[in-house]
Design a protein around this ligand. Sequence first.
Ligand code: NAD
Ligand code: UFG
Length: 338
Amino acid sequence: MKILLTGGAGYIGSHVAAALMSSGHEIVCFDNLSNSDATVMDRLEAITDTAIPLVKGDIRDGDALRQVLNEYAVEAVIHFAGLKAVGESVAEPIKYYDNNVRGTLTLLEAMRDCGVKTLVFSSSATVYGEPQYLPLDENHPTSATNPYGRTKLMIEQMLADVAAADPEWRVAILRYFNPVGAHDSGLIGENPNGIPNNLMPFISRVAAGRLDELSVFGSDYDTPDGTGVRDYIHVVDLADGHVAALDAITRTDQALSTWNLGTGQGYSVLDMVEAFVRVNGVRIPYRIAPRRDGDVASCFASPERAERELGWKASRDLDAMCLSSWNFERLLAMRNAD
Ligand code: NAD
Ligand code: UFG
């Protein structure tokens, strides 16, 4: 298929681009580069042996979207483009509603205008709010505790309405748990601007000496070692889940499908530190700090529906996640030194 990846130059989009190419799809990336840079396309070319077109544009620009959908005869869209920092969304909610909600609405209008009705959307486990039971299955009630989460919920609701109104749409909502790790090549991975909010990139930068120590946010949760438990999923497994979901919605007669993409396995912050140190032979100085506002004790998926309906299951373990993160970080340091 010919597939448009909004936000295709970003962390998850670039890994999905590589996975789609190796499954024989043709792709075009559309990104405003607000949280990525165009050099990722050269590295994707090195991985896939193919030059992937990048159109620089904003999803709030309907004309630019219509042009790319028509010019490349796009048949399906995978929609990653969005802002994703929870704290920033609390401080700047208008920016988040504008970028994420208005951006998605503009994308849906452009798709409708161009007759493209197959869409995979990047949602998040954040839509489950405070877990009422674990593991979280897709029927768990949804709620949001911050503007970022509310944008994901609003978009999910928009997609449900669109799919209900026109049964020709084929929409997949993918609720990611905690994507970590990097491509085996070490050429693409997660490289956030500024000080990372998320655990794994923070750990990598402490290991690299770019940050002094990790603050472990809370050690008094009701978890085996008192630190927060999450469902970390290797980004390459996550990428394969997109290929499986796209394939499934092109064969189903259901207009809307929702799948968790997680492993079903929870690891604590200290489990992550221990594994990173063990497999990479590095030091991660850390100290226990107060809890971070808005964090829950534990969050992990039931991946059963995706296994059953997509025939997809995450296969890469925690060691592989830690090894690939560190490999990416080291190669990044070497590239930056050049
Ligand atoms: P990312 O920031 O690396 O990638 C997002 C890409 O979208 C970036 O390249 C950015 O430049 C682009 N973008 C942002 N706004 C845009 C706009 N208005 N027009 C065009 N391009 C725009 O983030 P990621 O981690 O790859 O996340 C991808 C998606 O997955 C996001 O929607 C995010 O909310 C969702 N998600 C991520 C995680 C995670 O932990 N990484 C978890 C759950 C859900
Ligand atoms: N943590 C630390 N120190 C840090 C960073 C994180 O101890 O410097 C802890 C957190 O308290 C939490 C765990 O590490 O217990 C994971 O935190 P992350 O920030 O990496 O991930 P979250 O689970 O908080 O959130 C992530 C994304 C959200 C998304 C959610 C579910 O950031 O956007 O996963 O998909 F909604």
